[in-house]
Design a protein around this ligand. Structure first.
Ligand code: ADP
Length: 406
């Protein structure tokens, strides 16, 4: 039997999954369950030969969905002699409890529960996923990979907010950062691409997708990042505001009568590129609209790129300069006009664009997009968070199994 790793990313109403060959780390298949928890639940499994969609579930929750996915995979696995020997879970918030991926035993699960107030929309769904996997795959090691873990190396000067101390001491109010798995992956892939050790590089990684964040990486460790207690802080995003004056909350509440929950919802869902453009949160659509003269789309792009450049430059402080800037995520990997604009704004830091390289480095390509004379280097590196989860799950499961056997 060959070993396979099941990677799970459970949201409150969705389950993303993928199966990896544990040795080669090739992705064998992936899929998505949507509308989990409702009778309209559907599961799509992208078998390489013929994708299938399943809608006839009689148990709609995470347990029912995962049990059905595993049942559907059974025949396909058996034909290929594949056995699931570990499960890797994406877990959003690890608070100060987790600085690396871990085996999710009872003690670790209690710690994940303790982090739930910090991510009330995400951690409970992640926990439901772990419980479902434990029930469907008893005895198989479950491993947690945390969005926040990579940033636990940030020094106090970077993670403290200037607020009453007891907010931190009693309630855990501090900057945690997110997208850690992506920042970790692309920083090490970038060093590999350059053929230089991470320890030599002052690097900023820019994960630009629907959610966007930056990380300053020194000696391979996160020393600062743009997201905070929640993924709302920092850059302008698809529908999230990023940084703003906290005084705005009271002002809007006074003027409109909206409560904190409503305003927070607006800042998360009706702001960012969508709020500015009144058109879309999708970068492709905005670039096309701006080209045909849509003024608000143009404003949204300008604010996005300006804030991005300003934040990147800010990370020169913890790094003492920037040698390498890495673009990743849907926008970072594909949107050459945004990259060009940002590098132009950052020319004072020594970035000089190679326009032809920038234009051809899209759709999964990786490589350098600054010229040979450029004193600072910008790269595009496609991210692969699932691969990191698969690697960590297999590595930690193997250690656990050998400890049990010893
Ligand atoms: P998520 O954060 O949901 O994983 P992605 O990393 O897939 O999101 O990024 C989504 C963003 O990437 C969208 O704004 C989308 O418009 C943008 N994007 C994807 N392809 C392109 C492209 N070819 N050109 C410009 N933007 C693109």
């Amino acid at each position: 039997m060959a070993s396979a790793v099941l990677v799970l990313n459970c949201g409150s109403s969705s389950v993303k999954f993928a199966l990896y060959d544990a040795e080669s780390k090739d992705r064998l298949l992936n899929g998505l369950a949507e509308r989990v928890g409702t009778p309209a639940v559907s599961i799509t499994i992208k078998f390489p030969d013929a994708p299938v969609t399943i809608t006839d579930l009689d148990q709609y929750d995470h347990h029912g969905v995962l049990a059905r996915i595993l049942q559907e995979l059974e025949g396909w696995r058996a034909e290929r002699g594949l056995e699931i020997t570990s499960v890797g879970h994406r877990i959003v918030h690890g608070g100060e409890e987790f600085s690396a991926s871990v085996l999710l035993d009872d003690e670790a699960m209690a710690a994940v529960e303790r982090c739930s107030p910090l991510a009330p929309l995400h951690n409970p769904a992640n926990i439901a996923g772990v419980e479902a996997a434990r029930a469907s795959l008893p005895g198989i090691p479950q491993v947690g990979v945390f969005d926040t873990a990579f940033h636990q190396t940030m020094p106090p000067v970077a993670y403290h907010y200037a607020v009453p101390s007891e907010w931190y001491a009693d309630l855990g109010v501090r900057r945690y950062g997110f997208h850690g798995t992506s920042h970790l992956y692309v920083s090490s892939a970038a060093a590999e691409l350059l053929g230089r050790p991470l320890t030599e590089l002052k690097m900023v990684t820019a994960h630009l997708g629907n959610g966007s964040s930056l990380t300053a990486v020194r000696n391979g460790e996160s020393v600062d990042t743009s997201m905070g207690l929640t993924p709302l802080e920092g850059l302008v995003m698809g529908t999230r505001s990023g940084d703003l004056d906290p005084g705005i909350l009271a002002y809007i509440a006074d003027r409109t009568g909206a409560d904190v929950a409503e305003i927070t919802n607006d800042l998360n869902k009706r702001s960012g590129l969508l709020g500015l453009s009144e058109l879309s949160n999708d970068m492709r659509e905005l670039i096309a609209a701006a080209e045909s003269g849509h003024e608000k789309a143009q404003l949204a792009l300008d604010v996005f790129a300006y804030r991005l450049a300003k934040h990147i430059a800010g990370l020169a402080v913890p790094l003492g300069g920037i040698d390498v800037l890495v673009f990743t995520g849907g926008i970072g990997e594909n949107s050459n006009p945004i990259r060009a604009k940002v590098l132009e704004e950052l020319s004072f830091l020594g970035f000089e664009l190679d326009a032809a390289a920038n234009d051809r480095t899209v759709r999964g390509a990786s490589g350098q997009i600054t010229s040979a004379q450029s004193s600072a280097i910008a790269l595009v590196v496609p991210t692969d968070e699932e691969l990191v989860i698969a690697r960590d799950a297999h590595r930690i499961a193997q250690t656990t199994t050998s400890l049990l056997e010893a």
